[in-house]
Design a protein around this ligand. Structure first.
Ligand SMILES: NC(=O)c1ccc[n+]([C@@H]2O[C@H](COP(=O)([O-])OP(=O)(O)OC[C@H]3O[C@@H](n4cnc5c(N)ncnc54)[C@H](OP(=O)(O)O)[C@@H]3O)[C@@H](O)[C@H]2O)c1
Length: 342
């Protein structure tokens, strides 16, 4: 039975990958820090869980000591993380490091987290320029994208067959930041309008955790050092995402167009990129990767989990808290109602 180890395996990508591999006969172990946040379906499927801090060298040596056919590093955030794991993967047949499309810069040096949004000329290919590698730790001043570039470089320079995967906006059950919550919460609250900037014409490529898992299984069978974008086969606009969520949950709402020039925060969403940000995924396809599905096909997994969890008496621990700094401004009904009345 082939053996897989997933570092940081209790989030969206880790769970989707663990369950996919397990269903195909793999022996799977996942790691994470918080034993209270281990999704129950993992144990049901026979996936082992080991508690540990990714930055602890002894923990890494212990979990990798028995060797593995596949190592998926879903918690590699900076060069120090990469340096800690690099000497331990020499006997691993295939290594996958989950990076991010946040590494890419446009011609003016703008990127996913810059003050001004990036403007890419078309779908982003893996050869697109990236941020300069920042070897500092993520908590010591490095930017998310710069630290990811540095981690990628450390692992690719080590000589192991490391597939660096660059997802865009990940969606899936057990996500720590389930962005579609901004629409699901509205459905649960019975909102009959949804306000969208520019009518929701922006787009920022989604990456289903199920599609990332499918690509991980593909590269496990063809190990090599490489970089691959991973994103859904389609790239829905914000309006299409809102519609897909409403349709999947049997809800209907009226879309209100908030002019792009409006200076308030009303109508903003996590996917407001205009021109759209899209990843070119042809390199992954050329390896034989078959996506699990498009956005509308894959999104119910996260939606069903969100709705079921919201209905559980003890479900709130898994969901964004009411004052969550990322979600609160995107769910500010008072400002929306004032805007509508104004
Ligand atoms: N989510 C996105 O939209 C997105 C987009 C592009 C790239 N990525 C990359 O994808 C990877 C995984 O993403 P995801 O969406 O599956 O993440 P997620 O839902 O946030 O889950 C992160 C996982 O890593 C574990 N973890 C975090 N820090 C850890 C540490 N120091 N030691 C041990 N375990 C740790 C978490 O568990 P504990 O907290 O319990 O330790 C959890 O299992 C990350 O490398 C991220 O940078 C994500």
């Amino acid at each position: 039975m082939p053996r897989a180890l997933i570092l940081g395996g209790t989030g969206a990508i880790g769970v989707a990958t663990a369950l996919r591999l397990r269903a195909r006969g793999w022996d799977v172990t996942v790691t994470s820090r918080d034993p209270a946040r281990v999704p129950p379906p993992l144990a049901v499927a026979g996936v082992r869980h080991v508690v540990g801090e990714r930055g602890d060298a002894r923990h890494l040596a212990a979990v990798l000591g028995a060797g593995a056919d596949l190592l998926v590093d879903a918690a590699c955030y900076d060069a120090a993380h990469a340096r800690a794991v690099a000497p331990l993967v020499r006997d691993v047949a295939s290594v996958v490091m989950i990076s991010s499309k946040a590494v890419y810069v446009d011609d003016a040096g703008r990127h996913a987290n810059s003050a001004e949004p990036p403007r890419f000329a078309g779908p982003i290919h893996e050869t697109q320029a990236t941020l300069r590698p920042d070897a500092r730790a993520l908590g010591a001043g490095a930017s998310y994208g710069g630290a990811k570039v540095a981690a990628e470089e450390v692992l690719l320079a080590g000589g192991a067959p490391v597939s660096v995967l660059r997802p865009s906006k990940v969606h899936g059950a057990w996500s720590r930041q389930p962005r579609e919550w901004i629409f699901v919460r509205r459905v649960l609250d019975g909102r009959d309008v949804v306000l969208l900037r520019g009518g929701g014409r922006g787009a920022d490529h989604p990456s289903a955790a199920a599609n990332v898992a499918a690509l991980i299984e593909t590269v496990a069978g063809v190990p090599a050092a490489r970089i691959l974008n991973v994103a859904d086969p389609d790239c829905p606009t914000v309006a299409q995402i809102a519609q897909a969520v409403a349709a999947a949950l049997g809800h209907a709402w009226r879309v209100i167009d908030v002019p792009v020039a409006d200076t308030s925060a009303v109508g903003r969403t996590p996917w407001d990129r205009d021109p759209p940000v899209r990843l070119d995924t042809q390199a992954a396809r050329a390896l034989g990767y078959q996506p699990a599905g498009d956005y509308a096909t894959t999104i119910p997994e996260e939606l069903d989990w969100l709705v079921a969890t919201a209905r559980q008496p003890d479900g709130s621990a898994w969901l964004p808290a009411p004052g969550d700094p990322f979600f609160a401004p995107l769910l500010d009904y008072a400002s929306e109602d004032a805007w509508l009345a104004g």
